[in-house]
Write a protein that binds this ligand. Structure first.
Ligand SMILES: NC(=O)c1ccc[n+]([C@@H]2O[C@H](COP(=O)([O-])OP(=O)(O)OC[C@H]3O[C@@H](n4cnc5c(N)ncnc54)[C@H](OP(=O)(O)O)[C@@H]3O)[C@@H](O)[C@H]2O)c1
Length: 253
């Protein structure tokens, strides 16, 4: 893994942070982007403690111009990116009849259009070099419906369709493109949105949610990171166009 470089969007906390640290532990140089400077700088400090290089840049991945500008800076400073992880995302509740255009657009921009802007940018270099790995963090929400969350589910379904299509488009260049579809992972996003998933007024939301999970637990961000590192490894060179569910048994597709 020495001298290999990974770029992780949304690397400031949660799943993205765990992915960034797991790659650092394996000897990758790591670039991080997100909007909150203080968070990516903290993760960057943790990364360098593994003896690898880190770059942390503020970038809003919903702007294609900003993505193109910041990703060019990263490649100039760090060199070509071998592994790209499109992880940045956000979950907001949107009851259809009360969803205005701007709310819909914000959720789709963050969870789907960002995947297009960032992958389009990074994959050009991968095609030139005839090698690369793209990993998109979708969700079990990309495989199931979800009442009052139509925009998030539509975006996460879209991300899987994008992965399956781009995987076919770039297969001849020795580039793999896969999605990971987590169930509930203990992060800020989950803490902020637990109540979106329960229909009752239960005060014990955690236990209410765990009732529907066969293993009766939530995931740790490190469990998503392990799958990312595997998909980037030589052992996974023949895996492309797949969408892997990690859900403690809650979703079997
Ligand atoms: N947690 C779960 O249960 C779960 C389950 C399935 C899928 N997922 C997916 O996993 C991914 C990570 O989620 P998480 O739970 O780790 O969430 P999180 O703790 O809220 O972290 C999200 C990360 O994305 C960044 N981000 C959000 N909007 C961005 C933007 N416009 N531009 C750049 N960065 C942006 C955030 O940083 P800033 O806000 O500073 O920009 C943060 O670093 C998301 O795609 C999410 O949909 C999560």
């Amino acid at each position: 893994m020495e001298n290999k470089k990974v770029l992780v969007t949304g690397g400031g906390r949660g799943i993205g942070r765990a992915i960034a640290l797991s790659f650092a532990e394996k000897g990758f140089d790591v670039a991080l982007v997100a909007r909150t400077k203080s968070e990516i700088e903290l993760v960057s400090d943790e990364i360098v403690s593994y003896g690898v290089s880190a770059i942390a840049k503020v970038c809003d991945v919903t702007s294609s111009q900003e993505v193109d500008r910041i990703f060019a800076e990263i490649e100039k400073e760090m060199g070509k990116i071998d592994i790209f992880v499109a992880n940045a995302g956000m979950l907001l509740k949107n009851e259809l009849i009360h969803t205005d255009d701007s709310l819909w657009k914000k959720i789709i921009d963050t969870n789907l259009n960002s995947v297009f802007y960032t992958t389009r940018n990074i994959i050009k270099g991968m095609i030139e070099r005839k090698t690369g790995r793209v990993i998109v963090i979708s969700s079990v929400s990309g495989k199931l419906g979800g009442a009052y969350r139509s925009a998030y589910h539509a975006a996460k379904h879209g991300a899987i369709g994008f992965v399956r299509s781009i995987a076919l488009e770039v297969a001849e260049y020795n580039i793999t493109v896969n999605a990971i579809c987590p169930g509930f992972v203990e992060t800020k996003m989950m803490a902020d949105s637990k109540e979106f998933f329960v229909r009752s007024d239960s005060i014990d939301i955690e236990n209410e949610l765990k009732k529907d999970i066969p293993m009766k637990r939530f995931l740790d961000p490190g469990e998503i990171a392990s799958m990312s590192v595997y998909l980037a490894s030589d052992s996974a060179s023949g895996i492309t166009g797949q969408a892997y569910t990690i859900s403690c048994g809650a979703v079997q597709v």
